[in-house]
Design a protein around this ligand. Structure first.
Ligand code: 5GP
Length: 194
């Protein structure tokens, strides 16, 4: 997605060989015009599927997931990382190790919002080692919901998550695919190269 790549090139901050900071449009401040384009592009790529629910994880998955939900007219459910007082039982839960924070969180979704009748798309901001997506797949599986595929804003192709998930036969659509962050520089895969 051209607009997204340009934004990453212009505003992305390479923190190390493995971490990209995109706080100015995705992870802290949100660019709603770009998010609208992202939602539309994800909807286009999955236009061949019937989707009844968009599933993501707080907090950075919520913006792209919501714009997709708006475009396709489906509700958005986000897995919560901490149990709140109002979210005590009746939950699907899974464990997710965070690559950037180096901590393991239990993520949960209320049983009220996912069921075997649902056809789900999983959305997240980044795909690195695939832990967050695997946790969401686990939750969808517990609910007996059908997963049509995964939509990612930025995939870091030099980490293993995408490869592992595709090997399992899971459809993954990534809007920007990074080949390398070496030497403080963002290098993208060319279309079709991946
Ligand atoms: P994974 O679970 O695939 O290992 O990592 C994906 C999750 O970690 C995403 O939800 C995202 O929030 C975070 N993440 C992974 N890599 C990066 C990165 O390079 N930059 C930012 N900002 N977040 C990342």
């Amino acid at each position: 997605m051209k607009l997204l790549k340009e934004k990453i090139e212009k505003e992305g901050n390479v923190l190390s060989d493995t971490v990209l900071k995109v706080d100015s449009f995705l992870n802290h401040q949100i660019d709603p015009l770009l998010m609208k384009e992202i939602g539309d592009e994800l909807a286009d790529r999955y236009a061949d599927e019937v989707i009844t629910k968009v599933l993501t994880i707080e907090s950075s998955g919520i913006a792209p997931a919501t714009f997709l939900g708006l475009t396709i007219g489906a509700p958005v459910v986000f897995a919560r990382k901490r149990k709140s007082l109002t979210l005590t039982d009746n939950l699907y839960s899974s464990k997710v190790h965070s690559f950037t924070k180096n901590e393991t969180n239990e993520i949960s979704v209320s049983k009220n919002f996912l069921s075997p009748e649902d056809s789900v798309i999983i959305i997240d901001d980044f795909l690195a080692n695939g832990e967050a997506v695997k946790g969401l797949l686990d939750i969808a599986e517990q609910a007996g919901a059908h997963v049509v595929g995964v939509g990612i804003v930025i995939e870091k192709g030099f980490q293993d998550g995408g490869k592992q998930l595709r090997k399992q036969g899971i459809r993954i659509e990534s809007l920007a695919r990074i080949k390398s962050l070496a030497n403080g520089k963002v290098e993208f895969f060319e279309d079709g190269e991946f």
